[in-house]
Ligand binder design. Structure first.
Ligand code: LR7
Ligand code: MN
Length: 534
């Protein structure tokens, strides 16, 4: 049934170009389906209504009842700066947009509201189509029931592909000039689309993002986000928001409608010229499910001669959740971390050159994740003559501090042919020594500038301050001086109690412990060997 409907969809076959890189002129396409305003949203939403006493947060990790009660449309506060109201956009000359929304088990009410906010708050003449990619959700109808809506195209993955391949699939069938990606739980605000299209039309290598407002998971209140933020990350390569620098802030104060250059994008909401997206290699389609793709595409855009901006006059709300509402293939609680590390590692291996070692020093466990073959992505980098990561750091993200050699070093800690080893232990368990195998894993340690001995997010900790006390692995806390060790003369002396040194005496019985520091005591002598290779 689905296949047939797809065939009868209104796909533009003939594309005319009027000059190189100018936008397409299209024949008028016949689409006699209903405009969104005539879609029976009540009926659509009733099908998945919560039954009484059902936990409203269980399925989607947001309050589904609150979302359902709002329905398909609502007014939201116009959160733009007042100066945005007087910016003029020449709608007739703007390129056409294909909106791409992928989802896996999204709630009907958030999905339809995302779509409705696109249709209701964009000039109709600028929307080529809304492409909805159902990434193998449990209920097929959530998508197929929407087929009655004009300009809407539905694709379904029979097998779960993850958001990265799903977006590429949507992009491949887009007929518009500019691709606009959205998560499936957004609400586009007044005038959101014009600024995005205008910036891209002026220069096709600009990739632009709206300011992302916050929709509350508890009551679905629409809350304005700060307009003084840009995207950033630390060496763990996890996305975070950074405050603008003083200069950037001044620019915004003088001209609140001006674009904000951003080192990375959050990932879900952005517009990119279709031909530029194709030219720079779409996405890395060997990345799976979720995570890391935003860092990768951000590095790639900057390093391969594009730029990234946040446009303050474009605002879109997003439901930010603390937990994934869906499972990851392979199940289990830690699986999401695995996919995240794998995807992120692919990004690091392809784009970060020698700087990837800081990532591995910060997240030692990442070195053990299999990341597959990246050769085609390296070829792409070569073919496009992309700039080195050093250039990116110096020109795009100078705020990211490069660790000095004392700051963070990754390596192993050796005593004759034994190395300090976690033996796979976790929090509140002992740490010991084991024959050195020089392949990282449980024998990977980083020494940080604040004097921690760190394995992933666990630190070697002195719990009781007396000779003979056994050391434990505990979460690292910057202020916990019992985890701080002074490494000098090949000894690790505890910072809190200078008399105590890390000692391997009786390690077979009780793991590593502390003993009164003694000159030339073999069981207290440690070599820290830096591993150069990332
Ligand atoms: O297997 C999947 N298939 C999918 O189609 C998993 C997810 N998805 C869909 C999902 O239904 C949703 O529409 O993909 C979209 C993104 O997934 P979310 O909403 O679970 O992701 P998120 O909002 O937690 O995460 C942010 O980081 C992701 C990293 O891979 C993506 O880039 C998201 O698009 C991104 N969201 C945003 O940038 C919105 C602002 C959040 C911030 C900061
Ligand atoms: Mn999201």
């Amino acid at each position: 049934m689905l296949q047939e409907n797809l065939k009868s969809q209104h796909i533009v076959d003939s594309i005319f170009w009027n000059s190189k890189h100018s936008y397409r002129v299209r024949p008028t396409i016949k689409d006699d389906r209903l405009p969104l305003s005539e879609f029976n949203a009540k009926e659509y939403l009733e099908k998945t209504q919560l039954v009484q006493q059902q936990d409203a947060f269980l399925k989607h990790k947001f309050n589904q009842e609150a979302s359902d009660n709002i329905g398909m449309t609502r007014d939201i506060p116009d959160t733009r700066h007042s100066q945005c109201h007087s910016v003029h956009y020449d709608v007739d000359k703007l390129p056409l947009a294909s909106i791409i929304i992928t989802y896996h088990n999204e709630a009907r009410s958030t999905l339809i509201r995302t779509i409705a906010s696109v249709f209701n708050r964009s000039p109709d003449s600028l929307i080529a189509e809304v492409i909805v990619v159902d990434d193998s959700s449990e209920s097929v109808d959530d998508g197929t029931d929407l087929m009655k809506i004009k300009k809407l195209r539905i694709l379904r993955n029979e097998k779960r592909q993850g958001l990265i391949r799903s977006r590429v699939r949507g992009a491949n069938m887009a007929t518009g000039d500019v691709l606009v990606f959205l998560d499936s739980h957004c609400e586009c605000n007044v005038g959101w689309l014009e600024p995005l299209l205008q910036r891209v039309a002026e220069n096709r290598t600009r990739v632009v993002s709206p300011i992302i407002d916050v929709i509350s998971t508890d009551n679905f209140q629409y809350i304005a986000a700060s307009s003084n933020l840009k995207g950033g990350f630390d060496w763990n390569l996890v996305f975070k928001w950074d405050f603008l620098t003083k200069n950037e802030l001044n620019t915004q104060l003088n001209n609140p409608t001006s674009p904000i250059k951003t080192p990375v994008i959050a990932g879900g909401l952005f517009a990119i010229d279709k031909s530029f997206f194709e030219e720079i290699g779409k996405y890395d389609t060997l990345m799976d499910v979720w995570g890391g793709e935003n860092i990768e595409i951000s590095f790639r855009i900057w390093q391969c001669h594009g730029s990234l901006e946040i446009l303050p006059c474009s605002r879109v709300g997003h439901v930010f959740r603390k937990q994934h509402p869906y499972t990851f293939p392979g199940g289990g609680g830690n699986v999401s971390k695995y996919f995240f590390s794998r995807n992120t590692r692919r990004a690091a291996e392809v784009w970060m050159d020698e700087y990837k070692m800081y990532y591995y020093a910060t997240v030692p466990i990442a070195r053990t994740v299999h990341y597959g073959d990246v050769s085609s992505r390296l070829e792409l980098r070569n073919k496009l003559h992309c700039k080195p990561f050093k250039w990116y750091l110096e020109n795009v993200y100078p705020e990211l501090k490069i660790p000095s050699s004392e700051d963070l070093q990754l390596g192993f800690i050796k005593q004759s042919d034994l190395c300090i080893d976690t033996m796979g232990h976790s929090k509140n368990e002992i740490v010991t020594v084991f024959a050195c195998h020089y392949t990282g894993g449980n024998q990977d340690w980083s020494l940080t500038r604040d004097k921690k001995i760190k394995h992933f997010d666990l630190c070697i900790t002195l719990v009781d301050e007396h000779p003979g006390s056994t050391l434990l692995l505990q979460d690292c806390h910057p202020d916990d001086t019992k985890q701080n060790w002074l490494y000098s003369n090949n000894k690790f002396m505890n910072v809190e109690d200078n008399e105590l040194c890390i000692d391997s005496a009786d390690f077979e019985l009780r793991g590593l412990n502390v003993q009164t520091c003694e000159f030339n005591k073999d069981s207290q002598v440690w070599d820290f060997i830096i591993s150069k290779q990332g």
